[in-house]
Design a binder for this molecule. Sequence first.
Ligand SMILES: N[C@@H](CCC(=O)N[C@@H](CS)C(=O)NCC(=O)O)C(=O)O
Length: 212
Amino acid sequence: MLKLYGFPLSNYYNRVKIVLLEKNVPFEEVLAVPGKDEVVKTLSPARKIPFLELENGEILCESGAIFEYLEECYPITPLLPEPLVARARVRELATVMDLYLELPARRLYAEAFFGGKVSDETKQEVERELRRGVQAFERLARFSPYIAGNTFTYADITAAVHLPVVSIATAKIYGKDVLEPFADRIKPYLKMLNERPAIARTNADRKAAQAK
Ligand SMILES: N[C@@H](CCC(=O)N[C@@H](CS)C(=O)NCC(=O)O)C(=O)O
């Protein structure tokens, strides 16, 4: 059976978990925390989670690459649309959310979630980067009703794991959620996503881990 390594508070881990659940692929979850569990150092080249152990023992890392592998291996529940340009659009949106929303916002997490301190310089830098990211997101996101069009895709899974954390972190640090301008579209959209069993289960597991 496939083994997914990581922990349920990680948005990248949760992205792969939702992909597996949406596709109904059996898998086992293995708790692995970077900097704590030796297995991360031993098995993950960049010492990051998530990583996936295949049935033959091979390890795949990077959530985007893991998704592409699963999409090709289990095409029966596709998470990419058929037309080539539409497929590229999904990847485009997911990449924009990864690189220009989540990654800059991540620099705020130490203060927003873990009781640390982020310098004013970093906060200003991140705010500038996020402004561009939000503009890109605004131009690409469709909400019709899914983020890349009329079918549920990998971009929606990415939105489900990244957008809430970007909102919470920026609201805490700047006193204003950078995604506030789209709140009227994002709120019902996330509500719709959160009703999907795969996303509901992943969120419930995340909340249980948070409570611990
Ligand atoms: N690009 C990676 C990002 C994964 C990532 O940032 N994982 C975090 C947890 S959310 C991690 O392992 N951090 C530990 C570290 O950087 O040392 C992916 O898509 O899988």
